[in-house]
Design a protein around this ligand. Structure first.
Ligand code: ASP
Length: 303
């Protein structure tokens, strides 16, 4: 290893971490995060890697994000890929799990860490989780050769595409209910390398895949759901529907029109994926007649 400092590229997309309190509540403030970091003693530590902090324009509350913003983030990483050892994406927590789920599919051949982080409390507030989340995300991106998109938050490093926001109040705001964390940051930073994905072959180039904006919806079942609702969600030219079903993947199979709506849409090429409203475990559509009828109508289990 050469004595050269590791280099980390930090892309600030917005979110609470750098927000300021205004007349309508917290909102992004251009330049504010960088301004605060410039006066932070921690950010002058010689133990930090060399940092380049860039700010996306406009900064967004993550509730305003769309797939077009994911593409901009992916392209920004690709543009700086060769010059840096790791990447930190500063992001609002509300849709961070969506971005962290899309990016792994958009960054094909990724061989360096891309760590998303943010905070529940802005850096400008006295008691905040911003400094710790950002510092540790930067150290992980610099030191740990994890070839994955991850979320670091509240001391835990999670696989991005398995994570979800679970808490609006606690500093441990994210969880990956069906996959143990890839790492923990306590007194020291520990990575469970047995869970980390293998790196792509040496020399693999990073390729940004534009996943576009396919018309895909999500529908959460509830007892008594009218079939007209799923029918309207599956109107052409819909490409797919995530059907958040009950338990192991069951739904109102006793409603013939509900099943017919799925049949007609899948016959026309739409993909209906059945997931579970339960946080743990998975789907298995064959376990109950109330699930196998969904499969018979053309839906597929989300495993
Ligand atoms: N509304 C904010 C956002 O998602 C919440 C946060 O960052 O914690 O941008």
């Amino acid at each position: 290893m050469s004595g050269a400092k590791r280099r980390v590229y930090v892309s600030n997309t917005g979110g609470t971490i750098g927000m300021r309190l205004g007349p309508s509540g917290y909102a992004p403030a251009p330049g504010y995060l960088a301004e605060q970091l410039a006066t932070s003693t921690a950010f002058r530590s010689a133990s930090l890697p060399e940092l380049v902090i860039s700010e996306q324009q406009p900064l967004l509350d993550s509730a305003y994000m769309t797939p077009g913003d994911w593409l901009r983030i992916a392209q920004d990483i690709a543009a700086h890929y060769d010059a840096f050892d790791g990447f930190v994406v500063v992001h609002g927590t509300d849709t961070m799990a969506y971005t962290a789920s899309a990016l792994p599919f958009m960054l094909e051949g990724l061989g360096k860490p891309v760590i998303l982080t943010g905070s529940q409390v802005p850096l400008c507030e006295l008691r905040n989780d911003a400094l710790e989340n950002l510092l540790t995300a930067i150290l992980i991106a610099a030191q740990e050769p994890i070839p994955e998109v991850c979320i670091f938050f509240g001391g835990r490093l999670l696989r991005g595409c398995r994570a979800t926001k679970v808490d609006t109040q606690d500093f441990e705001a994210f969880s990956s209910p069906n996959l143990a964390p890839l790492g923990h940051a306590g007194v020291s930073i520990g990575i469970d390398w047995s869970r980390v994905r293998p790196a792509p072959q040496e020399g693999t180039a990073l390729r940004v895949v534009d996943i576009g904006r396919p018309l895909v919806g999500a529908l959460r079942l509830f007892p008594g759901i009218p079939s007209a609702l799923i029918r309207s969600m599956l109107l052409p030219p819909v490409a797919g529907l995530v059907l958040e079903a009950y338990g192991s993947g069951t739904g109102p199979g006793n409603d013939a029109d509900f099943l017919a709506a799925i049949r007609e849409a899948t016959d026309q090429g739409a993909v209906v994926v059945v997931t579970s409203q339960c946080l743990h475990g998975g789907t298995s559509l064959g376990g109950y007649a109330a699930g196998s009828c969904l499969a018979a109508a053309g839906a597929v289990g989300g495993a």
